[in-house]
Every structure is written in C-alpha cells, then in structure tokens.
Design a protein around this ligand. Structure first.
Ligand code: NAD
Length: 274
C-alpha cells in the first residue's frame, strides 16, 4: 500500500514544458501515480504525441493537453480557466519549460564581449519570466484551493559558474532566488499550505545540450568528457531519475519543506573537481 505521505492520487498538476524530455517524462510518471495532469505545450501536434505516449503507458490516464506559451499571459489564463472548468482546482505547478539557447552561449574562441545581447535576453525571458508568469497566473488558484506545491527547474549553472552558458546561468540563478522569494511570500500568506521549491538537475542529455556534449557519432565532446569527469557518478542522468525528487516535493512527504533547491546531479555540485 502506498504511504499517505506520497499519495498524489487525484491531485491536479500542471506541467509546463510537458512536450520536452524532462518535464514530459515527469508528467507521464505523475499520471501513472494517479494524478490528473495538465500537459502544457506550445503546439497541439507535440501535445498530441505526448498525450498519446502517456495514454499508451497508463491506459487509465487522466491527462489533458492545453496549448500555451509560458510567456503569453492570455494563453496561460485560458489554460487556467480550462483546467478549473474541467477539474475544479489546481494543486500543483511544475515549471518545466526552459532551457539554453545556442545564441546565448559564448562559442569556443569567443569572449564575453562577443555575446549576442538579444539572445541573452531571450534565454532570461524563457527561463525566468517563463517561470514567474505561470506562477503569477496559477498561484491564486493554488491559494484558493488551500494547498499547493510549485516546483521550478534550476541548473548546476546557478550555484557555480559553468563556462559558455552565461545567459542560461544568469536566468537559472534568478529562478533559484525567485523560488526562495515566492516560497517565503506564500508560506506567510497560506500558513505553509502552498510551498515552492526547485529541483536542480545535473547533466541530462536532451535536444538542447546534445550538440554541446556529444558528437555526431554519439561519442562525447571534450565538454561532455569534462562533465562526466566532474560528476562523481561518472555519467549523465536519466530523465526517470528526477521522478522521486519531484514526487517528494509535490506530495505531503515534503509538507514542511519550502524554499529548497534539491540537487539531483550524481554529486556534481558537491564535488570541487579535485
Ligand atoms: N537537460 C538537462 O541536462 C537539464 C539540466 C538542468 C536543468 N534543465 C532544465 O530542465 C527543464 C527541462 O529541460 P529539458 O532538458 O527537458 O528540455 P527540453 O527542450 O526537452 O524541454 C523544454 C520544453 O520547454 C518547451 N518550451 C520552450 N519554450 C517555451 C515557451 N515559450 N512556452 C512553452 N513551452 C516552451 C519546449 O517546447 C520543450 O518542450 C528546463 O528548464 C531546463 O533548463 C535541464
């Protein structure tokens, strides 16, 4: 029997970035745990693929697909209204949309001064504002429901400097600060019933970083090798290795936990590199 501490049956969980690798895998997992999951994605065709996958894995799945760009307030408000109309409440928000953009990365042989500032702005927009805006739109429903959990996505580049990814690092640092800020605000206003935390994934191969970490033939680039050397587990993470941490942060098991950043990184952030 499942412990009540980890029972998330019927919880209405909104997942942004649900057509992506990490948040998509998390959304499928939460559905399998009995949650009602709203897959938020930018395009209907990608959502259709994600929902078909979810229903194939969990025939009794209760999942809903809603198209919304995380930077489009009106679309997020429509998504909120659709969910409230269908399921009557919102219990949790997983802010999974985000990621690096090649233009905001300093290429080899270039310096900070060569940074494309427009691309820097874009990556901050997606990762920071794309976390703040959905929170702004969905928090009132969490507060009204009397309980809730928000989980944001940080990165190893937030607490430490990671070469090249200057825009992404700045954005994720701000996401961590925002996580703490909102956790405090909601803790006071809801007497701890609405919590805000973040997970900090280490290196997981996805579409965004594949070109940085692996060569065409699948072998590791120099940077990929450096990452593996600096990860005490000696490998990249697998998407399903985030499930346990996310489940914990969404469930009552973490009832007294807010404002934390939970690293799931094979030891990367604990390691000095020496
Ligand atoms: N992959 C890693 O190693 C890693 C490490 C640390 C943190 N993260 C973070 O985890 C999260 C998920 O990353 P991933 O690797 O699964 O990436 P991914 O590219 O597979 O997924 C990101 C999703 O966000 C969506 N998205 C992008 N812009 C959007 C917008 N404006 N509105 C709505 N959706 C939008 C994309 O369509 C995609 O489905 C991101 O926040 C990323 O920064 C990833």
């Amino acid at each position: 029997m499942i412990s009540p501490l980890f029972d998330i049956t019927d919880r209405v969980v909104l997942v942004t970035g649900a057509t992506g690798a990490l948040a998509g895998s998390a959304a499928d997992y939460l559905v399998a745990q009995g949650a009602r999951v709203v897959y938020i994605g930018r395009t209907q065709d990608k959502l259709d693929v994600a929902l078909a996958r979810c229903r194939r894995r969990t025939p009794s799945a209760r999942c809903l697909g809603v198209v919304a760009d995380v930077l489009d307030r009106a679309a997020l408000e429509r998504a909120r209204d659709t969910v409230l109309e269908k399921w009557g409440r919102i219990d949790a928000l997983l802010n999974g949309a985000g990621g690096n953009m090649p233009g905001a990365t300093i290429p080899p042989g270039k310096n900070f001064e060569d940074l494309d500032f427009a691309a820097f702005r874009q990556v901050v927009d997606l990762n920071l504002h794309g976390t703040v805006l959905p929170s702004l739109v969905f928090v009132p429903a969490l507060v009204a429901g009397g309980r809730g959990s928000i989980v944001n996505f940080s990165s190893v580049s937030a607490p430490q400097a990671v070469t090249r990814v200057v825009g992404y690092s700045a954005a994720k640092s701000a996401v961590e600060n925002f996580t703490r800020w909102l956790s405090l605000d909601l803790a006071r206003r809801t007497e701890g019933r609405v919590r805000v935390n973040a997970i900090l994934p280490g290196f997981f191969i996805g579409e965004q970083n594949r070109r940085l970490l692996t060569n065409e033939d699948g072998s590791l680039t120099e940077r990929g090798q450096l990452v593996v050397r600096n990860t005490p587990f000696g490998r990249f993470g697998e998407a399903d290795e985030l499930h346990g941490a996310l489940h914990y942060l969404l469930a009552d098991a973490s009832k007294f936990v807010t404002g934390t950043i939970l690293a799931v990184d094979g030891g990367f952030t604990a390691f000095s590199g020496v």
